[in-house]
Design a protein around this ligand. Structure first.
Ligand code: G3H
Ligand code: 13P
Ligand code: ZN
Length: 313
């Protein structure tokens, strides 16, 4: 099957009370680890490429690797641009064969966000591509998410209907307390997503797919593995997996995970070199890194997203 958009995936996910995993990809081993897990558990998947990943690997390699994964697995795979920063970046990915793009104009004023999102939607829909937009800004990677002082960071539910109607976007990323990176919550505080905001957004946009960015859980086993093998990460705290599971049972149809893959890969490679200091064959340390990414993704599919067995291919 060719690469697909997320339309059907989201429709089934919404109705079935689960979410699709959107995993960031930067190289072959990451793509293989993710898609081998999805193949084994018969799960649909979104592979997403950031502007930085595209600059790192160049505009062709990741597309071809994702196409190879589709050939190898036969799964429904959606190729998505993560955090597109301009119409030009989105257009370039659409022209290259991406089936989904995100235009992230969430830092711009409301009217400007609408205008640029609308422009991307018009071009994307004319080419059979779907668009994710964002309203509200995620907390910075080390910010504590508080209810009062930082309320302006959260998505305002009263804005979502107008935004979706005027832009024509296909899914909407909202800010309910998640943030990018490994340092999401202050040590000693209790992480708590704003389910009241999600509920209100869901009430105002019935049936509409919602996206959660910054949804890594930061597995402590990998933080420990990094720190026990020469690393020096301070206390890193992620989003509790039971809260992600709850969001997936609600209107959240896409959950973005990148940092957890980075931790699994880096922890495994650090440990490998600690145990095998004389080795220098990249295959020897990339193989266990790929295997641990696969195990991590299998856990996410079953215990967090609930999308195992949903590929129907
Ligand atoms: O949300 C951002 C993703 O984790 C991608 O990060 O821009 O460093 O590739 P990156
Ligand atoms: P994490 O940093 O929590 O993995 O978030 C990734 C993300 O939102 C990619 O867009
Ligand atoms: Zn993101």
């Amino acid at each position: 099957m060719p690469l697909v958009t997320s339309t059907e995936m989201f429709k089934k996910a919404y109705e079935g009370g689960y979410a699709i995993g959107a995993f960031n990809v930067n190289n072959m081993e990451i793509i293989q680890g993710i898609t081998e897990a999805c193949k084994e558990l018969n799960a649909p998947v979104i592979l997403q490429v950031s502007k930085g990943a595209r600059a790192y690997a160049n505009r062709t390699y990741l597309i071809k690797l994702v196409e190879a994964a589709e050939i190898e697995t036969g799964l429904p795979i959606c190729l998505h641009l993560d955090h597109g920063d301009s119409f030009e970046t989105c257009k370039s990915c659409i022209d290259d064969g991406f089936t989904s793009v995100m235009i992230d104009a969430s830092s711009k004023p409301f009217e400007e966000n609408i205008a640029i999102t609308r422009q991307v939607v018009e071009y994307a829909h004319a080419h059979g591509v779907v668009v994710e937009a964002e309203l509200g800004t995620l907390a910075g990677i080390e910010d504590e998410v508080k209810v009062s002082a930082e309320d302006s960071s959260y998505t305002r539910p009263e804005d979502v209907q107008e935004f979706v109607e005027r832009t024509g976007c296909d899914s909407l990323a909202i800010a309910i307390g998640t943030s990018h990176g490994a340092y999401k919550f202050k040590p000693g505080t209790k992480p708590q997503l704003r389910f009241d905001i999600l509920e209100e957004v869901q009430r105002r946009l019935p049936g509409f797919p919602i996206v959660l960015h910054g949804s890594s859980s930061v597995p402590q086993e990998y933080v420990k593995m990094i720190n026990e093998n020469g690393g020096n990460m301070p206390d890193a705290i992620g989003v509790p997996e039971d809260q992600l599971r709850k969001a997936a049972s609600m209107a959240v149809c896409k959950i973005n995970i990148d940092s957890d893959l980075r931790l699994a890969m880096t922890g495994t490679i650090r440990k490998y070199f600690h145990d095998h200091p004389a080795d220098f064959d990249p295959r020897q340390y990339l193989k266990p890194a790929r295997a641990n990414i696969k195990e991590l993704v299998k856990h996410k599919l079953v215990d967090v997203l609930g999308c195992d067995g949903k590929a129907e291919c």
